[in-house]
Design a protein around this ligand. Structure first.
Ligand code: NAD
Ligand code: UGA
Length: 477
């Protein structure tokens, strides 16, 4: 039986739900797309008059929201009403690592997903296709199905029975390039049993995705493929970061090594940039989830392999903070360090699991005074992540800092005054071509620049008289 989708409800207006639904609305003007969330502030921000102030920054997203919002794209807190109207419900809620109880520290916390399944079971009418968009442990669809099945067949006011299909449709977008990734995905993955339900979701994607890029699998392969994709990507970063440490000891250069191995078509050139360690809301939690599943299924060797990817990442971030301290004569007490970039990567305002958090905390513990700049991350967000209030200026406007304190500085002209070191942690475009002679003249000698993202020209810094260190560059020792 052909199912035609007219009304979509997406539960969760976050980094996945917001952009994904904006693209569906733009590409499918014949479908009404309702994004609902329990977080009132987030919904208020999605409905902001000023499109610059949407809750999520993604290049190109504001324009699409502007085009569709109020037409076939709506944001609200009306969870019950919008589930009632929907033929298809996407679950796009957060699935962080469990903080306590069984599997704490590794397993995904599925309480938000379970709450969604219960809401759908309660409020849906007639036939509803439930789509897992969140990243979930393999076999979660079983949990969702068993909750839905409890109400399956229940007669609603209209005397029409409730029925459900469950599909897995994991999202592979990267933050900072979400719009591009959604418009031109490498693949769309749909896992499910019901041919009709798969076809209904397929029809939506076919509005802009070529059919050969839409893969269908069973539900479990789809759920596991998402975790595996993130684990493989993160593994590449830990691998190249481990080699960067070896380069620094041996005189090799990690960029040269990456280019040499990346030219092998079996390895490929992407995702070989050594940096401050992977951040973002998903890599760590998804790998830990894989570790938990492997342990649960009695496969400790598999668990150990994937756990080492996370262990290496944590070690690498610590290594960088220690290295900066050592270069600055082993003490940071009252030294001013400029931190360029706090987001976990460029082109996003997201700071979840950003390497900058751990590195800044370690530098603060050593007594440093941090002046932090980021074009998209607010001071309030940095305060939340560092769990420390910024220092204040006194009445005459003079900065009132003491050791182990920080502030966010907007003004790039004055941020370098009297600084002992500059550390580039996020690869924002604007940090790539700065005037290092001017910067050098403002800094205290001996001054240092640490390029953890390999984005500046070493010659320019060295010529300016600043001591220079960059990731995985063995020629410096
Ligand atoms: P997020 O925290 O930005 O957004 C989740 C939203 O769901 C929040 O606004 C929260 O208030 C809302 N929510 C939670 N429970 C709810 C309920 N019962 N009813 C209504 N709203 C509810 O999370 P995110 O980054 O969008 O990630 C969502 C999922 O997608 C996760 O499983 C994640 O692993 C996966 N994912 C994320 C990315 C990414 O780049 N962030 C990419 C691919 C997949
Ligand atoms: C990642 C995946 O790339 C997406 O496919 C996936 O959908 C998403 O996780 C998810 O499930 O949440 P994202 O975390 O947004 O996307 O960003 P990435 O571009 O993967 O970067 C992750 C981290 O690795 C960043 O801190 C980045 O700076 C770092 N990285 C990336 C490197 O250090 N080197 C690289 O070569 C690439």
């Amino acid at each position: 039986m052909e199912i035609s989708i007219k009304n979509i409800c997406c539960i969760g207006a976050g980094y996945v739900g917001g952009p994904t639904m904006a693209i569906i609305a733009e590409r499918c003007p014949h479908i009404q797309v309702e994004v609902v969330d329990i977080n009132e502030e987030r919904i208020r921000d999605w409905n902001q008059e000023d499109f610059e102030k949407l809750p999520i920054y993604e290049p190109g997203l504001a324009e699409i929201v502007k085009k569709c919002r109020g037409k076939n794209l709506h944001f609200s807190n009306l969870v019950k009403e919008k589930i009632e109207e929907a033929d298809m419900v996407f679950i796009s809620v957060n699935t962080p690592t469990k903080k306590k109880g069984l599997g704490a520290g590794k397993a995904s916390d599925l309480k938000w997903v379970e709450a969604c399944a219960r809401q759908v079971a309660k409020y849906s009418k007639e036939h509803t296709i439930v789509v897992e968009k969140s990243t979930l442990p393999v076999r979660t669809a079983e949990v969702i199905k068993s909750i839905l099945n409890e109400t399956k067949g229940t007669l609603v006011d209209t005397n029409i029975k409730k029925t459900f299909d469950v599909l897995s449709n994991p999202e592979f977008l990267s933050e900072g390039s979400a719009v591009k990734d959604l418009l031109q995905p490498d693949r769309v993955l749909i896992g499910g049993e019901s041919k009709d339900a798969i076809q209904a979701l397929n029809e939506i994607y076919l509005n802009w995705v070529p059919s050969e890029k839409i893969l269908t699998t069973n539900v479990w392969s789809s759920e596991l493929a998402k975790l595996t994709a993130n684990a493989f990507l993160a593994q590449r970063i830990s691998s190249i970061n481990s080699i960067s440490a070896l380069c620094e000891e041996t005189g090799a250069d990690v960029r040269e090594v990456a280019r040499a191995i990346g030219s092998d078509s079996r390895i490929g050139e992407k995702f070989l940039n050594s940096g401050p360690g992977f951040g973002g809301s998903c890599f760590k939690k998804d790998i830990l989830n894989l570790v938990y599943l492997s342990e649960h299924f009695g496969l400790p060797e598999v668990a150990n392999l994937w756990n080492s990817v996370v262990t290496l990442n944590t070690w690498h971030q610590k290594r960088l903070a220690t290295l900066i301290t050592k270069k600055l004569f082993g003490t940071l007490s009252n030294k001013i360090i400029v931190i360029l970039g706090f987001a976990f990567k460029a082109n996003t305002n997201d700071t979840r699991e950003s390497a900058a958090i751990k590195i800044c905390k370690d530098l603060l513990d050593e007594g440093a005074i941090l002046k932090i700049h980021d074009p998209k991350v607010s001071a309030m967000q940095i305060e939340k992540e560092l769990n420390l209030s910024p220092y204040k200026s006194n009445e005459s406007g003079k900065e009132n800092f003491k050791e182990g304190s920080w502030n966010k500085i907007e003004d790039m002209k004055n941020i370098f005054n009297n600084a002992d070191a500059v550390v580039i942690l996020t690869e924002w475009e604007q940090y790539k071509n700065m005037n290092w002679i001017e910067i050098s003249n403002k800094m205290r000698r001996p001054s240092w620049a640490f390029d953890v993202r390999s984005i500046v020209d070493p010659k320019e810094i060295i010529n300016s008289g600043i001591n220079f260190w960059r990731i995985g560059d063995g020629s410096q020792n």
